[in-house]
Design a protein around this ligand. Structure first.
Ligand code: PHE
Length: 346
């Protein structure tokens, strides 16, 4: 029995290494030749064995013969295939390789969901420039030159090779998706309903809740009679749809951003604990999620809109935060880690 197993291994190895049909035929004769094939010889001894031995050896011998035969035939097919003739040997005896199925990143999943909700409310989705300049990132948004508010954005400056470059033309990685507000307004006339989901960058030291690269979703509406009531209604509708709730409680606290006036921080009652207090809301019962406000008239001025004709609201929500809440992710650094153990869960 051992001899048979060994012969089988030997034959399969030789078949694997064979690279012409004539070699394959030689192997066939060597192992399965009618008179002096190595396997044939063993089979020929079978009649002289005891009944008991026959019972054990017979089926194995046949199996080995069958396996070798099959490998030989497959090899012939492989050698004659176009793959082999182009120089690439395709071994049809090898088991197949299961194709890996990709995963969507959790940020992509959340971004698509947010887009769908806003699209259902008539918003258009815009892509944005990640590389921008001080004009669009700050100055056009009513940040006075040298205003300390710019410092709080920890902006990444790109090295500018040009001499005497003007302040507004200095290139930066966008610190917020608000950099697209004026850019989009310049190319479109109101009424406008736009969201801009995208990647933002800040020069921050990282920890479980800070990351230098993160995602926001900007949104704004511009028309002739837009009010704070429209702002609250829109964001409540969004929250209800995103968290799949019939009702949601929100509160507005004052917030300072030069490009909105009045400016707010919109908090909502924690949906995880129903306002009782839990780790997600840091035991306060409220989650701070959406900075927002009524668009400052100077922003419209930057976009070239006539004075005091339009009103609008803007908001900038953290997509990364939304994803963390949705999937219970406690360390923001996992998103950019590229760790497949993390990505494969979605
Ligand atoms: N862009 C602001 C930030 O990232 C958020 C914001 C957007 C506030 C729109 C008001 C209106 O901090």
């Amino acid at each position: 029995m051992q001899d048979l197993q060994q012969l089988k291994q030997q034959a399969l190895n030789e078949i694997r290494n064979a690279n012409s049909t004539s070699t394959v035929e030689q192997i066939r004769i060597k192992f399965l030749g009618r008179k002096s094939g190595l396997v044939t010889k063993i089979i020929q001894t079978l009649p002289s064995l005891s009944v008991d031995q026959k019972k054990r050896l017979g089926p194995l011998a046949n199996q080995v013969k069958h396996n070798i035969n099959q490998a030989l035939n497959n090899k012939i097919i492989a050698l004659k295939s176009p793959d082999h003739q182009t120089g690439e040997f395709f071994d049809t005896t090898l088991p197949g390789i299961r194709p890996e199925i990709g995963h969507l990143h959790p940020i992509t999943l959340v971004s698509r969901e947010v887009e769908e909700i806003f699209k259902s409310m008539g918003f258009q989705v815009h892509e944005g420039n990640e590389l921008t300049d001080l004009h669009y990132n700050f100055l056009a948004l009513n940040f006075p030159k040298d205003h300390p508010a710019m410092d709080s954005y920890d902006t990444f400056f790109i090295e500018n090779k040009e001499k005497d470059i003007k302040l507004e033309n200095k290139r930066v990685m966008r610190a917020h998706t608000s950099n697209m507000q004026v850019k989009i307004m310049e190319s479109k006339k109101p009424p406008l309903r736009v969201i801009v989901p995208g990647r933002c960058f800040r020069n921050e030291s990282t920890d479980a809740s800070h990351e230098h690269t993160f995602y926001q979703c900007e949104g704004f509406i511009v028309d002739e009679k837009i009010s704070v009531a429209n702002l609250i209604y829109t964001l409540k509708e969004f929250l209800k749809a995103y968290f799949k709730k019939d009702e949601v409680k929100v509160r507005l606290r004052p917030g300072y951003f030069p490009f909105v006036e009045p400016g707010f921080e919109l908090d909502f009652e924690c949906m995880i604990c129903g306002g009782k207090g839990c780790p997600v809301c840091k035991q306060t019962g409220w989650v701070e999620l959406i900075p927002c406000g009524m668009i400052q008239q100077n922003v419209f001025k930057s976009a070239g809109y006539p004075k005091n004709k339009y009103t609008g609201f803007a908001f900038g929500m953290g997509l990364t935060r939304l994803a963390m809440m949705k999937y219970g992710i406690t360390d923001i650094r996992l998103f950019m880690s590229g760790d497949l153990r993390f990505n494969n869960q979605f």
